[in-house]
Design a binder for this molecule. Sequence first.
Ligand code: ATP
Ligand code: MG
Ligand code: MG
Length: 590
Amino acid sequence: AAKPVHNFLRAIIERELAEGVYGQRQWGGSPGDAAHHAAGAADPAPVRLRFPPEPNGYLHVGHAKSICLNFGLARDFGGVCHLRFDDTNPEKEEQEYVDAIVEMVRWLGWDWTAQVAGQAVEHKYYASNYFDVMYRAAEHLIERGLAYVDEQTPEQMRANRGDFTTPGTDSPFRGRTPAENLARFREMRDGVHADGAMVLRAKIDMAAPNINLRDPAIYRIRRAHHHNTGDRWCIYPMYTFAHPIEDALENITHSICTLEFEDQRPFYDWLLARLGEGGLINTPPPKQHEFGRLNLSYVVTSKRKLKALVDEGIVSGWDDPRMPTLAGMRRRGYPAAAVRKFAEDTGASKTNAWIEYSVLEGCVRAELDGSAARAMAVIHPVRLKLTNWAELFGADHLEPCEAPAHPHHPELGTRRFSLGPEVWVEADDYADVPPKGFFRLFPGNKVRLKYGMVIECTGAEKDADGRVTAVLATVVPDTKSGTPGADAVKVKGVITWVGVHDGQPAELRLFDRLFTEAQPDAGDRDFRDVLNPLSRQIVTGYVEPSVMQAAADVRFQFERHGYFVTDRLDHRAGQPVINRVCGLKDSFGG
Ligand code: ATP
Ligand code: MG
Ligand code: MG
């Protein structure tokens, strides 16, 4: 395995392992694990991490970063990484998203199965399976005078919270007794009160400099159907209350999240300390560590905005090849290994970083250069007629040609195709009058048809509007590639082509960046105002026989043009549908 990229989280874990910080842990009380572990048994994993997506959308490139970080640290330290659905927010969560997340974490190459006492255990959890424990934890706080039911309106609560310069004001309900609070909280649970009528708040300090400690709400009334628990609950825990409990129940050691949660850390620690005192969780409790979000140029990663692109029909779905979702990148033809490499190379730091899209494309190109079979394709075709073909070889003759599938991998074999009296070439490979530095087809110039023969251009046929309908050329005899003396005729241009007799039309989907601005949602700009109208162009081109018979989801380098993939859904052998992955060179200026 490659040497892991160093980062501050790795340094923290190394130090804590050396100091034995997590050495004494007993197995946690995760309902999912109870079947596999005797209560009180030592936890065999030196570290436990988790990737905790909310199933309210598809995973995107930023999540790839978090996935590779957490699963990568677990792998490197001989620990375990859990996949946990943070599903405490019933309105936005759906099974479709759960399924898509499972599929894409697997696609990225990670696994949440671990061997426990000779048995394979899936470390896949749902926060909603802990609702009973969370409820119990809330009652525990109430019993200890550490939580109260507040019936202020949301406006009053906001006004009484204070701000950075002003301390908050106590709620008139703050002095209720535990018995009163317990009764009220049970009424909340039992559906006695309307949605939003009251909330349960932790009782900490209304003058705390950190506003998150000014009696944060921990439970709310919400009559919403939950994808996992159905209609069993009409109260739901707030994320900030639920998340530390999830981590603690699963015996997580390092709870890694993005920087915006830094101000929540004191509450995370406060809550787990209280629950530890009460014997509700194992100690030492998990610790939260924050790292900088990944932002990628020319991309939006807010799930709300990605959902808007889908819902408004701006893209064809969550897996549209222009989407920065993992499903989109897979369909675009990005290899999982390239996405992993990108996530690792961009490290983990204490600041939110903007990464150039060209860095991601560079990883894709590096991966594909080594593995994708080469092929010829003509994207914007014009017919080229070899006017002396019949005279030289006979009208029906087809000249067999061959080329290596990959220049550095002879084991990938040989591609075979043939040259005939007519071939498709790129329309812009012809010019009546050559611009400076143009060495391709113009009257009087000689070029080589790659792996074929040298030809001399003699002109073009045009329609009534002067548009070129066919390019004309003659074959220069005895110039077939690979035959003795083939190089005697020197040419400056080599062009790619597909025999008209060989080529079937292929639908080529040419993708480009979705936005014209590097920061599409900067400031108060609406990302809809900077959509690239040319982000998807569909053309009919021609591909050589080796591509035509390919299975779906197979990657090629089309010589001179870039990397392409047969579409994983729409491609059929004999009816090619092919996506452009990226060009051969950086087009993002990075
Ligand atoms: P959004 O706010 O767009 O819905 P999110 O961060 O709330 O995104 P989650 O499903 O909660 O999405 O994220 C799961 C994990 O992935 C979290 O730990 C989160 O910190 C991490 N994550 C999300 N986006 C990024 C990003 N751009 N860079 C790094 N990590 C990210
Ligand atoms: Mg979110
Ligand atoms: Mg989140």
